[in-house]
Ligand binder design. Sequence first.
Ligand code: NAP
Length: 250
Amino acid sequence: MSETNPQRVAIVTGASRGIGAEIAVSLAGQGRHVVLVARDEAKLESVSRRIADEHDGASSIHPCDVSRTEALEQAVEQVASEHGRLDILVNNAGISRDNLMLRMTDEEFDEVIAVNLRAVFVACRTALRPMMRGQWGRIINVGSVSGLVGNAGQANYAASKAGLIGLTRSLAKEMARKNITANVVAPGFIETDMTEVLPDAVKEAALQVTPLRRFGRGREIAAAVAYLASDDAGYTTGQVLTVDGGMTMV
Ligand code: NAP
């Protein structure tokens, strides 16, 4: 993958752990300056140190709750103005509040939509101006196989991730002539805090429907994101790249 000069600037949300941390490390390895966004400042600092250790890479942290619209807008604007550019936006922050539909509360629904969908809309909207000024942009939104095929107990989560696909494709069509691409990476079961808490029976059921018979690793999602963020991915837009061990192949 080609590197560029001057250095491209990337924002990764949900970069304090799990998949987002791996994405941040991977983009830094490509020579990007990566701005790490999440709520836990100490964990962001530790990922930033890892980037310095592993890649001698440049990163900075910007603690922010992405469900707070004004704070998120300010974070994106501040990064763009401090660096004079914003090239790559990875919306990875995500939560689940699983419950069967019959029992799911409005709060459980709204909370998931606020982080997984509305924050993505807000971050994209704010990032577009600096990307248009730079006449180049890569937006990668982290979805889920739940958004493709649904999942019992995840009406809120699946709706947010399915919504993300419609948002991303609309954005891809609006921005194509501005040289800004927008794509979704849809992971299957990946080993992180989010899946660690699932009951063993659920994990076993997931393995049974995964042809590769193992959970994925964060860096395997990061590799897909790094490709879509690269200069060489310039002819790929509006796509959903599923990385799920074959779970949803058609
Ligand atoms: P995770 O380990 O639970 O990490 C979630 C990340 O999102 C953390 O960095 C967390 O940071 C951040 N976050 C959550 N709420 C936030 C908020 N309000 N504001 C800012 N940051 C927030 O999850 P993961 O497994 O790495 O998942 C990453 C993405 O992949 C999510 O979008 C998830 O839906 C998707 N995904 C995961 C799997 C899987 O199997 N793991 C499968 C499909 C899709 P703080 O707590 O520090 O704020």
